[in-house]
Design a binder for this molecule. Structure first.
Ligand code: SAH
Length: 203
């Protein structure tokens, strides 16, 4: 599937109904989600593979992985309303996805999911809780040997230090995350956040 075709399929998906600022619920923009998945696909990490989306929200990454031919796709999300949106999005695309209600910090839940080839994720950027992405990195490395994540630009030194001895940060592609005015505390209509798509490989 061409990058633009994937982008268009993901652009048509439903976003968060009532986003909750505590959980930093921003749908991953289709362009960014497609770029992450396309790269992962080119490197052989999606087609025929078991892929898990952590903090799957509305399911954009999970749905995209299914469209690109992943053999098994699971999404973990703690918000029931977001999962309902993900379920509708998967049905709309006729994508088969296991949706799991739960917290990525719950070790027994993570262990119970089994193992995956690849994790894709857009964890909270840490605007509410500066360390919110750490449990995502831990869960991801427990689940799969290869992880693709979207992080704030400038996170690489942190990621390197945090995963030292456990994983290697393989590369980063830059991108822009246009955050639309979502919450009352946002003062501008759109704020562009610079992000990096990072590939992390377990050692
Ligand atoms: N890629 C998704 C959402 C990214 S926003 C989309 O495009 O819709 C981050 C998501 O992580 C939110 O849906 C939020 O509810 C979820 N989340 C935050 N903390 C979590 C945790 N500890 N466990 C599981 N999900 C979590």
């Amino acid at each position: 599937m061409r990058l633009r075709t994937l982008e268009m399929a993901l652009e048509g998906l439903e976003g968060f109904g009532r986003p909750d600022p505590r959980f930093e619920q921003y749908s991953t923009p289709a362009v960014l989600a497609a770029r992450l998945l396309h790269h992962a696909h080119l490197l052989g990490d999606i087609e025929g593979k078991a892929v898990c989306d952590l903090g799957c929200g509305t399911g954009v990454l999970a749905c995209g992985a299914a469209l690109l031919g992943a053999e098994r796709v699971a999404g973990v999300e703690l918000d029931q309303e977001a999962l309902a949106v993900a379920r509708r999005n998967a049905a709309h695309l006729e994508a088969e996805i296991e949706l799991v209600l739960g917290d990525v910090r719950d070790r027994s839940l993570i262990e119970g999911l089994g193992t995956f080839d690849t994790v894709v994720m857009n964890p909270p950027f840490g605007a509410q809780d500066p360390h919110a992405d750490r449990p995502f990195v831990d869960a991801a490395l427990a689940l799969a040997p290869v992880v693709y994540g979207i992080f704030n630009t400038g996170s690489i030194p942190f990621l390197g230090a945090y995963t030292a001895g456990r994983a290697e940060i393989e590369f980063a592609i830059g991108g822009i995350f246009p955050l639309k005015r979502t919450f009352a505390f946002h003062r501008r209509d759109v704020v562009e956040i610079e992000v990096e798509i990072v590939r992390i490989r377990r050692l």
